[in-house]
Design a protein around this ligand. Structure first.
Ligand code: NAD
Length: 348
Protein backbone atom coordinates (compact mmCIF):
# COMPACT_ATOMS: atom_id res chain seq x y z
CA UNK A 1 0.00 0.00 0.00
CA UNK A 2 1.27 3.51 -0.84
CA UNK A 3 2.62 5.53 2.05
CA UNK A 4 0.57 8.43 3.37
CA UNK A 5 2.39 11.71 2.64
CA UNK A 6 2.59 14.19 5.50
CA UNK A 7 3.27 17.89 5.73
CA UNK A 8 4.14 19.70 8.95
CA UNK A 9 3.13 23.33 9.48
CA UNK A 10 5.07 24.89 12.37
CA UNK A 11 8.61 23.59 12.94
CA UNK A 12 9.34 25.04 16.42
CA UNK A 13 9.49 22.77 19.46
CA UNK A 14 6.83 20.18 18.71
CA UNK A 15 7.17 20.11 14.90
CA UNK A 16 10.40 18.06 15.12
CA UNK A 17 8.64 15.57 17.43
CA UNK A 18 6.04 15.04 14.69
CA UNK A 19 8.81 14.64 12.11
CA UNK A 20 10.58 11.99 14.23
CA UNK A 21 7.28 10.21 14.86
CA UNK A 22 6.35 10.19 11.15
CA UNK A 23 9.80 8.78 10.34
CA UNK A 24 9.10 5.94 12.78
CA UNK A 25 5.77 4.98 11.15
CA UNK A 26 6.45 2.69 8.15
CA UNK A 27 3.19 3.63 6.40
CA UNK A 28 3.92 7.39 6.63
CA UNK A 29 6.36 9.66 4.82
CA UNK A 30 7.31 13.26 5.60
CA UNK A 31 7.03 15.16 2.30
CA UNK A 32 7.30 18.84 3.23
CA UNK A 33 7.55 21.26 6.14
CA UNK A 34 6.61 24.90 6.57
CA UNK A 35 7.49 27.64 9.02
CA UNK A 36 7.28 31.40 8.71
CA UNK A 37 10.84 31.52 10.07
CA UNK A 38 12.96 30.24 7.18
CA UNK A 39 15.88 28.87 9.23
CA UNK A 40 13.46 26.93 11.46
CA UNK A 41 11.85 25.28 8.45
CA UNK A 42 15.24 24.74 6.81
CA UNK A 43 16.65 22.89 9.83
CA UNK A 44 13.80 20.37 9.81
CA UNK A 45 13.82 20.09 6.04
CA UNK A 46 17.58 19.33 6.07
CA UNK A 47 17.25 16.69 8.77
CA UNK A 48 14.53 14.70 6.97
CA UNK A 49 15.17 15.55 3.32
CA UNK A 50 11.72 17.12 3.06
CA UNK A 51 10.68 20.06 0.87
CA UNK A 52 10.49 23.42 2.63
CA UNK A 53 8.14 26.41 2.38
CA UNK A 54 7.76 29.62 4.35
CA UNK A 55 4.17 29.96 3.07
CA UNK A 56 2.09 26.97 4.12
CA UNK A 57 -0.28 27.49 1.20
CA UNK A 58 2.43 26.22 -1.15
CA UNK A 59 2.69 23.06 0.94
CA UNK A 60 -1.08 22.61 0.58
CA UNK A 61 -0.78 22.70 -3.22
CA UNK A 62 1.20 19.45 -3.24
CA UNK A 63 -0.72 16.43 -4.48
CA UNK A 64 1.63 14.02 -2.68
CA UNK A 65 0.50 15.24 0.76
CA UNK A 66 -2.61 13.60 2.20
CA UNK A 67 -2.24 14.65 5.85
CA UNK A 68 -1.00 17.80 7.58
CA UNK A 69 0.26 18.09 11.15
CA UNK A 70 -0.58 21.48 12.64
CA UNK A 71 2.20 22.50 15.03
CA UNK A 72 1.72 26.27 15.04
CA UNK A 73 0.79 28.12 18.26
CA UNK A 74 -2.63 27.05 19.58
CA UNK A 75 -4.67 30.14 18.64
CA UNK A 76 -3.33 30.20 15.07
CA UNK A 77 -4.81 26.87 14.02
CA UNK A 78 -8.35 27.61 12.90
CA UNK A 79 -7.51 29.60 9.75
CA UNK A 80 -4.82 27.10 8.71
CA UNK A 81 -7.01 24.06 9.49
CA UNK A 82 -9.81 25.49 7.34
CA UNK A 83 -7.32 26.06 4.49
CA UNK A 84 -6.08 22.47 4.87
CA UNK A 85 -9.64 21.15 4.71
CA UNK A 86 -10.42 23.24 1.65
CA UNK A 87 -7.29 21.82 0.00
CA UNK A 88 -8.62 18.30 0.73
CA UNK A 89 -5.96 17.44 3.32
CA UNK A 90 -6.61 15.36 6.44
CA UNK A 91 -5.74 17.44 9.51
CA UNK A 92 -3.89 16.21 12.59
CA UNK A 93 -3.68 19.10 15.02
CA UNK A 94 -1.65 19.52 18.15
CA UNK A 95 -3.60 20.07 21.36
CA UNK A 96 -5.66 22.12 22.04
CA UNK A 97 -7.44 22.05 18.65
CA UNK A 98 -7.68 25.82 19.06
CA UNK A 99 -8.19 28.16 22.02
CA UNK A 100 -12.02 28.21 22.12
CA UNK A 101 -14.88 25.87 21.31
CA UNK A 102 -16.19 28.56 18.95
CA UNK A 103 -13.02 28.39 16.84
CA UNK A 104 -12.88 24.58 17.15
CA UNK A 105 -16.46 24.31 15.87
CA UNK A 106 -15.39 26.17 12.73
CA UNK A 107 -12.58 23.65 12.21
CA UNK A 108 -14.98 20.73 12.72
CA UNK A 109 -17.51 22.27 10.29
CA UNK A 110 -14.82 22.85 7.63
CA UNK A 111 -13.35 19.34 7.87
CA UNK A 112 -16.85 17.79 7.88
CA UNK A 113 -17.79 19.81 4.80
CA UNK A 114 -14.62 18.79 2.98
CA UNK A 115 -15.00 15.14 4.00
CA UNK A 116 -11.48 14.97 5.49
CA UNK A 117 -10.40 13.55 8.84
CA UNK A 118 -9.68 15.77 11.81
CA UNK A 119 -7.52 14.39 14.62
CA UNK A 120 -6.32 16.00 17.83
CA UNK A 121 -3.06 14.99 19.46
CA UNK A 122 -3.54 13.73 23.01
CA UNK A 123 -0.65 11.29 23.17
CA UNK A 124 -1.39 10.39 26.81
CA UNK A 125 -4.41 8.38 25.64
CA UNK A 126 -1.98 6.13 23.77
CA UNK A 127 0.04 5.23 26.90
CA UNK A 128 -0.27 1.54 27.80
CA UNK A 129 -1.62 2.51 31.24
CA UNK A 130 -4.39 4.67 29.78
CA UNK A 131 -5.60 1.80 27.61
CA UNK A 132 -5.65 -0.61 30.56
CA UNK A 133 -7.65 1.81 32.72
CA UNK A 134 -10.16 2.50 29.95
CA UNK A 135 -10.61 -1.23 29.42
CA UNK A 136 -11.16 -1.83 33.17
CA UNK A 137 -13.70 1.03 33.23
CA UNK A 138 -15.56 -0.39 30.22
CA UNK A 139 -15.66 -3.75 32.02
CA UNK A 140 -17.18 -2.08 35.12
CA UNK A 141 -14.29 -3.23 37.33
CA UNK A 142 -14.27 -0.09 39.48
CA UNK A 143 -17.86 -0.68 40.66
CA UNK A 144 -19.60 2.62 41.41
CA UNK A 145 -17.28 5.45 40.42
CA UNK A 146 -16.69 7.70 43.45
CA UNK A 147 -13.79 10.11 42.72
CA UNK A 148 -11.81 11.00 39.57
CA UNK A 149 -8.93 13.47 39.91
CA UNK A 150 -6.18 15.09 37.83
CA UNK A 151 -3.13 16.68 39.45
CA UNK A 152 -0.73 18.56 37.20
CA UNK A 153 1.78 20.17 39.56
CA UNK A 154 4.41 21.37 37.15
CA UNK A 155 7.09 24.03 36.81
CA UNK A 156 7.69 26.30 33.85
CA UNK A 157 10.52 28.80 34.06
CA UNK A 158 10.30 32.49 33.14
CA UNK A 159 12.61 31.60 30.23
CA UNK A 160 10.02 29.12 28.95
CA UNK A 161 7.34 31.81 28.84
CA UNK A 162 9.79 34.24 27.23
CA UNK A 163 10.70 31.71 24.52
CA UNK A 164 7.70 32.58 22.34
CA UNK A 165 5.68 35.81 22.21
CA UNK A 166 2.47 33.74 22.03
CA UNK A 167 3.06 31.90 25.30
CA UNK A 168 0.91 32.95 28.22
CA UNK A 169 -1.31 35.18 26.05
CA UNK A 170 -5.10 34.86 25.98
CA UNK A 171 -5.30 35.19 22.22
CA UNK A 172 -2.71 32.62 21.18
CA UNK A 173 -2.30 30.29 24.22
CA UNK A 174 -5.95 30.62 25.28
CA UNK A 175 -5.10 29.89 28.89
CA UNK A 176 -2.20 28.77 31.01
CA UNK A 177 -1.62 25.89 33.41
CA UNK A 178 -4.85 24.20 32.25
CA UNK A 179 -5.32 25.14 28.57
CA UNK A 180 -1.69 24.57 27.62
CA UNK A 181 -0.21 22.12 30.13
CA UNK A 182 -2.89 20.30 32.15
CA UNK A 183 -5.12 19.70 29.15
CA UNK A 184 -3.60 16.23 28.59
CA UNK A 185 -4.71 14.96 32.00
CA UNK A 186 -8.03 16.85 31.79
CA UNK A 187 -8.68 15.05 28.51
CA UNK A 188 -7.83 11.72 30.15
CA UNK A 189 -10.04 12.45 33.16
CA UNK A 190 -13.16 13.10 31.12
CA UNK A 191 -12.33 10.20 28.77
CA UNK A 192 -12.17 7.88 31.81
CA UNK A 193 -14.95 9.35 33.98
CA UNK A 194 -17.37 10.57 31.30
CA UNK A 195 -18.87 14.03 30.89
CA UNK A 196 -18.80 16.64 33.66
CA UNK A 197 -22.17 17.96 34.88
CA UNK A 198 -20.99 20.98 36.90
CA UNK A 199 -17.72 22.64 37.80
CA UNK A 200 -16.77 25.20 40.48
CA UNK A 201 -13.30 26.66 40.03
CA UNK A 202 -10.76 29.31 40.86
CA UNK A 203 -7.68 30.45 38.96
CA UNK A 204 -4.78 32.72 39.85
CA UNK A 205 -1.16 33.67 39.16
CA UNK A 206 1.23 32.77 41.98
CA UNK A 207 4.60 33.09 40.24
CA UNK A 208 4.31 34.22 36.63
CA UNK A 209 2.67 37.59 37.26
CA UNK A 210 3.42 38.93 33.79
CA UNK A 211 1.17 36.41 32.04
CA UNK A 212 -2.36 37.15 30.85
CA UNK A 213 -3.39 33.62 31.85
CA UNK A 214 -3.43 31.48 34.99
CA UNK A 215 -0.37 29.69 36.35
CA UNK A 216 -2.45 27.93 39.01
CA UNK A 217 -6.02 26.59 39.10
CA UNK A 218 -8.25 24.31 41.14
CA UNK A 219 -11.65 22.96 40.15
CA UNK A 220 -14.27 20.83 41.90
CA UNK A 221 -16.19 18.59 39.53
CA UNK A 222 -19.42 16.64 39.57
CA UNK A 223 -19.55 14.08 36.78
CA UNK A 224 -22.81 13.17 35.05
CA UNK A 225 -22.54 9.70 36.61
CA UNK A 226 -22.70 11.25 40.11
CA UNK A 227 -18.99 10.87 40.99
CA UNK A 228 -17.01 13.86 42.25
CA UNK A 229 -13.48 14.93 41.40
CA UNK A 230 -10.89 17.67 41.46
CA UNK A 231 -8.43 19.18 39.04
CA UNK A 232 -5.34 20.93 40.37
CA UNK A 233 -3.01 22.46 37.82
CA UNK A 234 0.00 24.72 38.14
CA UNK A 235 3.16 25.78 36.33
CA UNK A 236 4.41 27.64 39.43
CA UNK A 237 5.48 24.70 41.62
CA UNK A 238 9.19 23.93 41.83
CA UNK A 239 10.63 21.42 40.98
CA UNK A 240 7.49 19.99 39.30
CA UNK A 241 6.08 16.51 39.88
CA UNK A 242 4.79 13.71 37.64
CA UNK A 243 1.21 14.40 36.53
CA UNK A 244 -1.26 12.11 38.29
CA UNK A 245 -4.68 10.88 37.21
CA UNK A 246 -6.63 8.96 39.86
CA UNK A 247 -9.76 6.85 39.43
CA UNK A 248 -11.48 5.54 42.56
CA UNK A 249 -14.55 3.33 42.76
CA UNK A 250 -16.40 1.14 45.26
CA UNK A 251 -14.58 -1.96 43.93
CA UNK A 252 -11.21 -0.71 42.75
CA UNK A 253 -8.71 2.13 42.48
CA UNK A 254 -5.85 3.13 40.24
CA UNK A 255 -3.58 6.05 39.66
CA UNK A 256 -1.05 6.88 36.98
CA UNK A 257 2.02 9.09 36.88
CA UNK A 258 2.72 10.52 33.42
CA UNK A 259 0.52 7.76 32.01
CA UNK A 260 2.31 4.87 33.79
CA UNK A 261 0.18 2.90 36.25
CA UNK A 262 1.55 3.21 39.81
CA UNK A 263 -1.37 1.74 41.80
CA UNK A 264 -3.82 -0.95 40.68
CA UNK A 265 -6.14 -2.83 43.06
CA UNK A 266 -9.57 -4.38 42.65
CA UNK A 267 -11.80 -6.42 44.94
CA UNK A 268 -12.11 -9.10 42.25
CA UNK A 269 -8.76 -10.04 40.75
CA UNK A 270 -8.33 -11.00 37.10
CA UNK A 271 -5.49 -12.68 35.25
CA UNK A 272 -4.28 -9.37 33.77
CA UNK A 273 -3.63 -7.89 37.25
CA UNK A 274 -0.44 -9.83 38.02
CA UNK A 275 1.17 -8.56 34.82
CA UNK A 276 0.19 -4.95 35.59
CA UNK A 277 1.37 -5.24 39.22
CA UNK A 278 4.75 -6.50 38.01
CA UNK A 279 5.19 -3.28 36.03
CA UNK A 280 4.20 -0.72 38.68
CA UNK A 281 7.76 0.58 38.97
CA UNK A 282 8.04 1.06 35.20
CA UNK A 283 8.74 4.57 33.90
CA UNK A 284 6.27 6.22 31.55
CA UNK A 285 6.94 5.52 27.87
CA UNK A 286 5.79 9.08 27.12
CA UNK A 287 8.28 11.02 29.23
CA UNK A 288 7.26 13.72 31.68
CA UNK A 289 6.26 17.36 31.30
CA UNK A 290 6.91 18.10 34.99
CA UNK A 291 9.68 20.62 34.56
CA UNK A 292 11.27 20.77 31.14
CA UNK A 293 8.66 20.72 28.39
CA UNK A 294 10.80 19.15 25.72
CA UNK A 295 14.00 17.47 26.77
CA UNK A 296 11.92 14.89 28.65
CA UNK A 297 9.15 14.42 26.05
CA UNK A 298 9.59 11.14 24.15
CA UNK A 299 8.24 10.63 20.65
CA UNK A 300 6.54 7.30 21.41
CA UNK A 301 3.10 8.78 22.18
CA UNK A 302 3.13 10.81 18.97
CA UNK A 303 4.39 7.77 17.04
CA UNK A 304 1.44 5.69 18.23
CA UNK A 305 -1.08 8.42 17.47
CA UNK A 306 0.38 9.19 14.03
CA UNK A 307 0.34 5.44 13.27
CA UNK A 308 -3.38 5.42 14.17
CA UNK A 309 -4.09 8.53 12.07
CA UNK A 310 -2.21 7.04 9.10
CA UNK A 311 -4.18 3.80 9.40
CA UNK A 312 -7.44 5.71 9.69
CA UNK A 313 -6.76 7.21 6.24
CA UNK A 314 -5.67 3.89 4.73
CA UNK A 315 -8.60 2.00 6.23
CA UNK A 316 -11.14 4.78 5.66
CA UNK A 317 -12.23 4.96 9.30
CA UNK A 318 -12.26 7.78 11.90
CA UNK A 319 -9.06 8.33 13.91
CA UNK A 320 -9.12 7.30 17.58
CA UNK A 321 -9.25 10.94 18.71
CA UNK A 322 -11.33 12.94 16.25
CA UNK A 323 -12.31 16.61 16.35
CA UNK A 324 -15.33 16.13 18.58
CA UNK A 325 -13.29 14.11 21.09
CA UNK A 326 -10.55 16.73 20.97
CA UNK A 327 -13.10 19.48 21.69
CA UNK A 328 -14.25 18.01 25.03
CA UNK A 329 -11.22 19.05 27.10
CA UNK A 330 -11.39 22.62 25.78
CA UNK A 331 -15.11 22.80 26.62
CA UNK A 332 -14.36 21.71 30.19
CA UNK A 333 -11.48 24.18 30.57
CA UNK A 334 -13.67 26.98 29.21
CA UNK A 335 -16.24 26.08 31.89
CA UNK A 336 -13.51 26.21 34.55
CA UNK A 337 -12.52 29.72 33.39
CA UNK A 338 -16.19 30.80 33.33
CA UNK A 339 -16.73 29.52 36.85
CA UNK A 340 -13.57 31.24 38.08
CA UNK A 341 -14.69 34.52 36.50
CA UNK A 342 -18.23 34.41 37.89
CA UNK A 343 -17.66 32.61 41.19
CA UNK A 344 -20.51 30.28 40.30
CA UNK A 345 -20.81 26.58 39.54
CA UNK A 346 -21.31 26.21 35.78
CA UNK A 347 -22.16 23.50 33.26
CA UNK A 348 -19.59 22.78 30.53
N1 NAD B 1 1.48 17.27 22.63
C1 NAD B 1 2.41 17.84 23.38
O1 NAD B 1 2.89 17.26 24.36
C2 NAD B 1 2.88 19.23 23.04
C3 NAD B 1 4.14 19.66 23.47
C4 NAD B 1 4.57 20.93 23.11
C5 NAD B 1 3.73 21.78 22.36
N2 NAD B 1 2.49 21.32 21.98
C6 NAD B 1 1.58 22.21 21.22
O2 NAD B 1 2.19 22.51 19.97
C7 NAD B 1 1.90 23.87 19.59
C8 NAD B 1 3.21 24.58 19.26
O3 NAD B 1 4.02 24.62 20.43
P1 NAD B 1 5.60 24.82 20.32
O4 NAD B 1 6.12 24.72 21.71
O5 NAD B 1 6.14 23.95 19.28
O6 NAD B 1 5.65 26.36 19.83
P2 NAD B 1 6.87 27.07 19.08
O7 NAD B 1 6.64 28.53 19.26
O8 NAD B 1 8.16 26.48 19.51
O9 NAD B 1 6.65 26.65 17.55
C9 NAD B 1 5.59 27.16 16.76
C10 NAD B 1 6.16 27.38 15.36
O10 NAD B 1 5.09 27.76 14.48
C11 NAD B 1 5.64 28.68 13.56
N3 NAD B 1 4.54 29.39 12.89
C12 NAD B 1 3.75 30.37 13.37
N4 NAD B 1 2.85 30.74 12.43
C13 NAD B 1 3.08 29.97 11.35
C14 NAD B 1 2.48 29.88 10.05
N5 NAD B 1 1.47 30.67 9.67
N6 NAD B 1 2.99 28.98 9.17
C15 NAD B 1 4.03 28.19 9.51
N7 NAD B 1 4.63 28.24 10.72
C16 NAD B 1 4.16 29.11 11.62
C17 NAD B 1 6.54 29.55 14.40
O11 NAD B 1 7.48 30.27 13.64
C18 NAD B 1 7.20 28.51 15.30
O12 NAD B 1 8.41 28.02 14.76
C19 NAD B 1 1.12 24.49 20.75
O13 NAD B 1 -0.23 24.52 20.42
C20 NAD B 1 1.34 23.54 21.91
O14 NAD B 1 0.22 23.47 22.76
C21 NAD B 1 2.08 20.08 22.30
Amino acid sequence: MAKIGYGIIGCGNIGPVHAAAIAAVPAAKLVAVSDVVERTAQALSDKYGAAMYTDYRQLLERKDIQAVCLCVPSGMRMEIAVACAEAGKNVLSEKPLDVSTKRIDRIIAATDKAGVRLGCIFQSRFADGSGLIKQALDQGRFGTLVLGDAYIKWYRSPEYYASGAWRGTKKWDGGGALMNQGIHQIDLLQWFMGPVKTVKAQVTRRLHHGLEVEDTATAMLEFENGAFGVIEGSTAIWPGHPARVEIHGSEGSTYTEDGAIKFWQFTKRRAVDAKIEAQLSRESELGSGAADPLSSLKTEGHRRQIADFTQSIQQDRPPRIDGREGRNAVALIEAIYRSAATGKAVKP
